[in-house]
Design a protein around this ligand. Structure first.
Ligand SMILES: NC(=O)c1ccc[n+]([C@@H]2O[C@H](COP(=O)([O-])OP(=O)(O)OC[C@H]3O[C@@H](n4cnc5c(N)ncnc54)[C@H](O)[C@@H]3O)[C@@H](O)[C@H]2O)c1
Length: 394
């Protein structure tokens, strides 16, 4: 019998637009989900580029105005891959139009937007919401959560998380949207710290209750210009003179945290960590054991079981690639590693399953959950401004 279809409308056609297009294309090849994703329409503001994108990735049709996409009765789910300043507006409009919504992270710009998105999700009927905190779908990181939730590391004392990049150290790198607070909200904080805050909450199952943070902008002004594919960039020139723009977001953030269970955490996120490309790492130390994960080595989880005594005590490096590991069994034989793109395929599979089963709460993080990561981000921003500890309200 033919499967029920979920017709997806994607907004934004660059980095995440590609990652999500790949996920919607591949998910049915690896997972036997109760409903089938159909790449119904891709939306980009430039008609020609949007058409090229749709042809490349197999989207059935093109829109240039997201409002028209949302108004289409043949679209079931809106997938938001645009910069952060329009997540809330698009998500709320899509929910009001009766669509399921999958929104890129960070969820939005501030708590006011987060609350309005949560309210729209609560007012919605039989609709799924989710935020693409895709690191939750790395098999090794999901395994870390399973071990911690099964009590294998016991009471959590420490979370130590860093997210280290280096792509804007060059002061001539242009002031793209990610460096503009009106569009991005924040810099390394909402972009990178958001991921490790979410990972810490996900693995420990504990909320972050209080934070103290400091944010720094090392390069305060940059040439205006744009990205030209990958991480190369072009700058604007007028009469041979380079136009400059103020950088209005943080280049780096450090954050101390208290956890609901009594543990403490340190978080560092930066785009200035020379020598690091995408160094997202987390270590969690508990009473009975510890876990360690590094994204650039994402097929592995390190686990320390303190109940192993004597000469064999030590870190065990687990290849999270077998049928016993979350998601991994859907792909290749053991030890045949997977990559970044699979995290999005895994999340797409969970979305299709939750919708097929009509069990929308099964899909986490939903807007309720992601709003808690947003609350931590917001409290940290307030803390950095006021130079005091702030409660997250979580
Ligand atoms: N989950 C992750 O690991 C991850 C990684 C990167 C980015 N992101 C998030 O994804 C989102 C997009 O980031 P990106 O790296 O893809 O950015 P990008 O600059 O590569 O792409 C943004 C796209 O949005 C389009 N766009 C902007 N405004 C639009 C509008 N009004 N209507 C239609 N299209 C519009 C742009 O033209 C572009 O195609 C951001 O929220 C970012 O934080 C998440």
């Amino acid at each position: 019998m033919a499967k029920k279809e979920l017709r997806v409308g994607l907004i934004g056609t660059q980095f995440m637009g590609k990652a999500h297009s790949n996920a919607w294309s591949q998910v049915g090849h690896f997972f036997n989900t109760p409903v089938k994703a159909v790449k119904a329409a891709a939306c980009g503001r430039n008609a020609e580029r949007a058409k090229d994108f749709a042809d490349t990735w197999g989207w059935q049709s093109v829109e240039t105005d997201w409002r028209k996409l949302i108004a289409r009765p043949d679209i079931d789910l809106i997938d938001i891959c645009t910069p952060n300043n329009n997540h809330a507006e698009i998500a709320i409009a899509a929910l009001e139009a009766g669509k399921h919504v999958a929104c890129e992270k960070p969820m939005c710009m501030n708590m006011d937007e987060a609350k309005r998105m949560v309210a729209a999700a609560h007012a919605a009927k039989n609709q799924l919401t989710t935020v693409w905190y895709n690191y939750r779908r790395v098999p090794a990181l999901t395994l870390a959560r399973q071990l911690v939730q099964e009590g294998r590391i016991g009471k959590v004392f420490h979370v130590r998380a860093v997210y280290l990049q280096s792509w804007i150290i060059d002061p001539n790198f242009p002031a793209i949207w990610r460096l503009n607070a009106d569009v991005a909200g924040s810099g390394s904080h909402g972009d990178l710290n958001a991921h490790i805050i979410d990972a810490a909450r996900y693995i420990t199952g504990e909320e972050i209750t209080d934070v103290s943070a400091h944010m720094e902008t090392f390069v305060k002004e940059r040439p205006t210009g744009n990205m030209v594919g990958g991480l190369s960039a072009s700058t604007n020139q007028s009469g041979g003179k380079v136009e400059m723009a103020k950088v209005t977001v943080d280049d780096a953030v450090i954050m101390l945290a208290k956890l609901a269970g009594g543990g403490i955490g340190t978080f560092e996120a930066t785009r200035f960590a020379q020598g690091n490309k995408n160094g997202s790492k987390i270590e969690i130390n508990g009473e009975k054991g510890a876990i360690k994960f590094e994204f650039e080595d994402m097929n592995w989880l390190e686990f320390y079981d303190a109940s192993v005594k004597g000469r064999e005590q030590g870190w065990v490096k687990i290849s999270a690639t077998t049928g016993d590991h979350p998601y991994a069994g859907a792909y290749w034989p053991a030890g045949h590693i997977i990559g970044y793109e699979h995290t999005f395929i895994n999340q797409a599979s969970d979305i299709l399953t939750a919708i097929g089963d009509g069990n929308f709460k099964k899909m986490q993080p939903d807007f309720d959950d992601a709003a808690k990561t947003q609350a931590v981000l917001n409290a940290a921003t307030e803390s950095s401004k006021s130079r005091t500890w702030k409660s997250t309200g979580c």
